[in-house]
Ligand binder design. Sequence first.
Ligand code: ADP
Length: 371
Amino acid sequence: SQMNSFYGQGGDSNIMQGAGGERVRVAMRVRPMMPHELNRGDENIITAPDNQHVLLSLKSGSKSFRFNAVLDDKARQADVFQQCGVHELINSALEGYSATIFAYGQTGSGKTYTMSGVEDKLGREGWTSDDNDGLFPRSVRHMWESMTMKPEQFYVKASFLEIYNEQLRDLLNPSSGILHCRWNVKNGFFVEDLMVVECTSQQDLIAVLHEGMKNRKSGSHELNKDSSRSHSILTVYLISETVSQEDGHIFKKYGKISFVDLAGSERLKESKSQGEMAKETGSINKSLFTLGKVISMLSSEKNPNNINQKYIPYRDSKLTMLLMDSLGGSSKALMIACVSPSHMWAEETISTLNYATRTMNIKNKPIIQMD
Ligand code: ADP
């Protein structure tokens, strides 16, 4: 295909840099200034000189960061889908592999907008293309277009769960309470009693997204918790069947793609985090910290394809445990790190740039030394 290969083995893509077959790719998205930020006269501290670099400009100096893709404040939702190579992740899931897309960043940086789109649009009856649709509805459309072109028979299922304070809740069946993570030889880690719904149309999948987001919100009101502190994982299972011409034997392939909206990455001031707050902050940081460690080990050039899975700390958090089979081996992952351009969030933006850089495992050279 003539399409830019974000993950593929080489090709002329200018997005594709370095060694072929990299499994974890990191994109940076800078959202536009919000009206209240513009009204306040906030300064813009982030610019994107090209589609691989962002420049952070502070009074103390400036620094350039390189990522696999950079989407600036003018990038539309369709550009994000295209430039992050999301179609490649979907194609790989359709071929029986596992793929994951993460949205990382502080609360208000655009994670949910990037993943889902504008929320009140999601419940609409019928379904037409919309500029604001995020990666999930766009992925659903791409899946259906691709499935109809392929000879195999596909079965589609979906599940949607939330990890809050290292506890698992079913966003499609909230009354089931706290679920447990189990392990067996056949499935590896899995969530016991998690609802998995069959989806026979694009609308079914959009309904799953809508239902889960609604329950995430209402659950957070009921339990008096802050939904920005939870991680949500929406997984689409793509099961294909091919019947052998010779003996009628049925070959099955089990692919899946997970859309992970991570908890806000902002750190609470230590003095304020006591008791429950401290526990939550610890759990959020633990998952995000472990995820960063796992991804950086997987993407490290020192640890190419045959990395010894034993040394990767998947078991240190629920998030990485559940995503274990989607992160190692031949799976592909994309992390989209979201930042605000405003100077008001400089500290959080620096923290996100550093996290994303660590997961990329690329040395970014400072242009001017910052203190
Ligand atoms: P998060 O999920 O990180 O907390 P949201 O996705 O809810 O952040 O974004 C915060 C606000 O900014 C929302 O009102 C959202 O619609 C808006 N927003 C975020 N990114 C963009 C963007 N690229 N273009 C336009 N509006 C955006």
